[in-house]
Design a protein around this ligand. Sequence first.
Ligand SMILES: [Mg+2]
Length: 241
Amino acid sequence: MTRKLVQKDLLDNLLKEVETAVTAGETLVVFDLDDTLFSTVNRHLRILREYAQRLESRDPASAGIVRAIARESLRYAITDTLKDAGLREELVRDLKDFWFARFFKNPYLLEDDAIAGGAQYCHEVVRRGARAIYMTGRDEGMREGTEAALARHGFPAADGKFASLILKPRFDAPDIAFKIEALAKLKELGRVAGSFENEPAHINLFRDTFPQARHFLLETKHSGKPIHPHPDVHRIKDFRR
Ligand SMILES: [Mg+2]
């Protein structure tokens, strides 16, 4: 009788495979960062708090609306969150700019929480002989904050041996184009055994590039593009086993 594989089985299976594959050369497991290893919720909330503070004296009613936005009401796009909350159009535009000027900045990256079990899982991947590859749409300007956030939450350090951090060379490069290019480079580095992503379009790209590997979609949040993950892709909530 077959039973449905639970999250623990799916995650364990990749670890077992890593362990048996290490003799065949360098093995890689790829992890996206935002909404895969890190939750961006606190980063969003801090920016909203700061904006509300700034707005308080000139428009206390609107400041109250912004301050009352709960973590459960956060949408992927900040503008959708603000429209849902009933903030007036002009302030939605202003707050979007305010958000944009902060969300990708190093000090704000330290607000992020780790997705449950992620750091332990990355260590387990390394312990079994693979290299953890952090591959993110964050750009090189965010390296400092990213490394600090990884350290703060106990992830394996990106020393280029047990773990590597691959960032976008330029902020304005589209994430998907960057990932296509980065995946081609990974092929030269070793054999990809698994990958983790929160974006269905990205996990499908990983799956198409490395069809023999195991791929996981984190059911956190994503851009809302109407793309379904390939049926081979496993869905998990977090990294707890
Ligand atoms: Mg992501």
